[in-house]
Design a protein around this ligand. Sequence first.
Ligand code: ARG
Ligand code: ZN
Length: 869
Amino acid sequence: MSTIIPAVKKRADYRQPDFLIDHVDLEFTLIETTTKVICISKVTRNGSHNKPLILDGEGIQLSSVCINGTEAADYQQTDTSLTIDIDTDTFELRIESIINPKDNSSLEGLYLQAGAYCTQCEAEGFRKITYFLDRPDVLATYDVKIIADKVNFPFLLSNGNKVDSGDLSDGKHWIKWSDPFKKPCYLFALVAGDFDLLEDKFVTQSGRTIALELFVDKGMLGRGQHALDSLKKAMKWDETEFGLEYDLDIYMIVAVDFFNMGAMENKGLNVFNSKFVLADAQTATDEDYFNIEAVIAHEYFHNWTGNRVTCRDWFQLSLKEGLTVFRDQQFSADMSSPIVNRIQNVKVIRERQFAEDASAMSHPIRPDEVIEMNNFYTVTVYDKGSEVIRMLFTLLSKTGFLAGIKLYFKRFDGQAVTCDDFVQAMEDANDKDLSQFRRWYSQSGTPQIVVTDTYDAISKIYRIAFEQKHIATFEQKEKQNLVIPIQFSLLNDKLESLNLGDTDQQQLTLELNETQQCLEFYNVESKPIPSLLHGFSAPVKVDYPYTQQQLGNVMLGSPDEFARWDAGQQLFSNCIHNLAGKTELQQTTSIAETIAMFEPIIESKDISLALKAEILTLPSFETLFQQLDTVNIDALNQSRKQLFKALAQTFQANWLSHYSAFEKQPYAYQSQQVEQRKMQNLALKYLTLSAQPDVEQLLTQQFNNADNMTDSLGVLGAAQLGDLDLFERLMLAFEQKWHADPLVLDKWFALHANTDRSDILARISILMGHSRFTINNPNRVRALIGTFCFFNVAGFHNIDGTGYKFVADYLIKLNEVNPQIAARIITPLIQWQKVDKTRQQLMQLQLMRIGDTKGLSKDLFEKISKSLP
Ligand code: ARG
Ligand code: ZN
């Protein structure tokens, strides 16, 4: 491993800042490699002490430091700081410096890409722009003046309201912005470039008119409407559901092609990855439409949960992210199918969050130790964080939860606070003791709920016991009992739900807070089947010794749609896990028995098409992987394919009728159509796998007639799955058609990266030389390299180790260009804990190679050093 060991920061070490800055005047003169930044801060000493002022800064060329108008000499610089000795308590600090946006390929701080200047400051990027107190508990108002060439950069944007502008003699112009709301510097943003502008308005519940402005690349105006519509829906929803209204008079969104994450909630000026803004029928799938609506809403909701009330320190990230993900999930559920939406959320937890908890990067939703903060924008902090909020919602009821939210804003508006402050507000508003519940914030790992039951036919008593079990995680050996809401019901053998308790209530919520709790039910006529964890009421694994028959009954009879889907998934999972090592005859029988249980589903009329499609979709490889303690990769992959194929063949006639059931309408992103396309494209996959005689014709026909991207990709996905020669021909046609469209081409790169062929590495190497591929663009890298690592099981985990080596070679290069993206993509390589010894060694070998890289980033260092044994 590299020799300089980066420092570990600890949550317990939090101290208030020694100085506060309550107003900032920034002036930017934008020049490619020598942008001038003048930062004038109003500084006050915080408390009585005589410590120096220590500012953060990275890669900045300092020109001058002035205090109260006089050039200062008493300062020291390191690679990451500027220390100023000063005994005044209140002063004006003027720092002038030069930065280089053009050569900033990290896409953090101020960068120039594709002809536009853009910033990304969260978490600690502001320190790459100027020396500053780069921490979220320093809140200031900002006035920002931007100076740039007028022809190339007609739009100069920053937070807040535009207050002044003017032309200069040398072809430059300037614009001045003022943001009246105090904010931490991570919410600062600047964008300069030439864009097409889509404008609209929103009238708030109190009657204020907000100007909405969406900036997209030239020529992309036609793809902006859905994002703008989504924004208006989100604004309305937050008013009706949470009573929260927008505060500034203008809300701007800019879509850029070079962006590390999904999007960023900078005050009044969101910056988005263009992937989460641009959509039209031809280029975007239904899933893209869905994601755009969700991400637009997410960033909008941050205006209250994140900006008005922000985080005291970065260990508290889930304060804003967990809560905002919960809010965007509730919004999405209201906009589309709640059940399908919930299933998607649960897949993220089971496929990725459980994997993180089982890896060397395990951490609680509020981490205790961090080397590189960017490594903690995780599915744990975000998605498990959201599940924790959801449990509060369940435990307190919607009314209680909203009362807590109201108190939270009343207490903390305009402040930087902690997760504990949030829970305290929930506790106080509801007069409920949440001390044990708080452990969800400090404890990592996936709890296991072991459920056992007995029935006594003579006394007619049914007893069901719930036990919580916690296993040690990598960073935390000691575990405590949590408060776990478990929603469940009981089914009799006629698949009717029993009344539980005095009323006609059929669902109970058990608050499991002890190691084991037992419930008794009287006058139960026959042994019931429990339907457990309705709606995925907690982020846990449930262990109950179901027979396949019982699971079939839950799938058909549970009053909870989530539980029905989940039972179906367990049926499939059990079948897959039990195939290995069986004789061919045993395999055939077990597969046939499992599939037969789905017969009542495939033509049933009591569930929506969308839910039906979900039930008939096999659990992903990643989900199956997380169900086991040790995984035989090849066997698991093989068994899953076997069941997939059998499902295709057994129901061939049904798939054909599902495929042909709907009349084609002109594309609209509208729920009935979305459901139909989902079912049709699923059916097409199965038809292809079943080797339906005329399937090539069906595929070609759909490909040629498609008026939308969902249907085009449906064909490519099916042809790929079926390993048809047609796949290559259609891919070629697709590339020719979409050659000039990088966002569409990403789908094509991803399909290539995911093909199950022995020449996969050669294929990817060729694509790395494609004229549209560049290591500098995170979307391209994620599509090609990321897809290979995360989803190409056979290629990545090839037992000859070539997949791992290929990824390691790439990460060594990417480390220099964009450490954040490199550290994301390394994830599958550090998750070696469950695979066989041979692969473990091969993976570790590559981790060591990357670890030996000269100039290894903190991002990769943290993940590699934690994951090497
Ligand atoms: N706050 C953003 C969001 O979730 C994410 C930005 C994270 N960026 C980063 N480089 N870590 O909406
Ligand atoms: Zn967020």
